[in-house]
Structures are given as C-alpha cells and as structure tokens.
Design a protein. Sequence first.
Length: 196
Amino acid sequence: MDNLINARFILGISPGQEMICAALGLPAAQIDDPVLITSDVVVIVASAKTGIDPKVVAQWSTFRELYIPTIVAVIDFADGDVDFEDMSAIVGKMLEPVLTPYLVLHADDGAPTAVINLEDQMITDYSGEKSAKLQSDAEHRELILEFKEELHTALTEGGWDQFVQGLIIPAIPLMLENKLGITEIKRFLDLIPTRS
C-alpha cells in the first residue's frame, strides 16, 4: 500500500535496470502500467547507446497528459559517440525539450568524473572514493555560461516548482560505476512532497 501512497517509478528498459533501481531506491514500471496514474514522480531512462524504450516514446503524449513530475536519467554516455549534452538534445526531439541543471566534466583521459551545477556553479567530483564539492574556476564558468543562461531563463517563471507541477523535465547524467548523478537525481526526487 505504501507504494501506492508515495508512488515513484523508473520507466524504460536498459541492461542495468536492476542496478539503477537499487541505486535510486525505486521500483521499475512499464509506461502502460495502470499504477502510473497514482505516481508522484517517475524517472525515464535514456541510453546514449540504445535510446529510449520504444513503448515510452509511443505512449509519451498520453502519459504527459497526467502532468506527473518526470526526470530523465541519461546513461551510457561515457564511451560512445553521443555524450550527455547530445543525448539531452536527442531526448528533446524524441519526447520533449528537457533542461540540464548539470553538465558533465571529464578527466584528462576523457572519462566523465564530475558534474557542475549550473545554478551555483559548484563542482561535485566523483573521481575519488567519496564525492567532493569544489569551487569552479573562471574557465569552467566561461565554458558553461551559455547553458547557465539558458537554464536561468527557463526557471525565471517559477523555478523548480515547474518540475514539481510536471511542467518541465530535468535531464541528469547517471553513471553507476562512480555514482555520478545519483545524488543529483535524488535532489529532484526530494523536491516532490510525500503524501501520508
């Protein structure tokens, strides 16, 4: 019964589905599952290698009529031709435009190791055993300026309350290997009030 009171689900099929569910503490559901109409929030999995579950794409417009707060978790962007920013743009074409509150930062070898928060410009470094918060430098702030301004413009009307109301969708990078994105997704899950 508790699942129906505070229903939160992961939608989309990926090879790492069970690990994603475990990392985020959410059960998986199918887009055509009737229980979704009771959902408080859902996380859609979008793979930079395999795309988005065709069932999610096919039923997206019907699902969106419910105005359920939705987060897109972008996976498989570490070692492919499509990076996080590219995949976010693809999601925007396949489903609807998304906002990117974080951008991925890479180590010298090209591995994704950190995210930068576009709102406060703080970096969360996932390259060590524990994540670390760091101040961004002038070079980082210059590189993200266009993305930061775009996000600011989108949030001017109502901030992240627009997400809570199911009006805007954040896309968040997710890498289970170094836990990049787990805290960031949970930040948005925590914006959704729980019902008792």
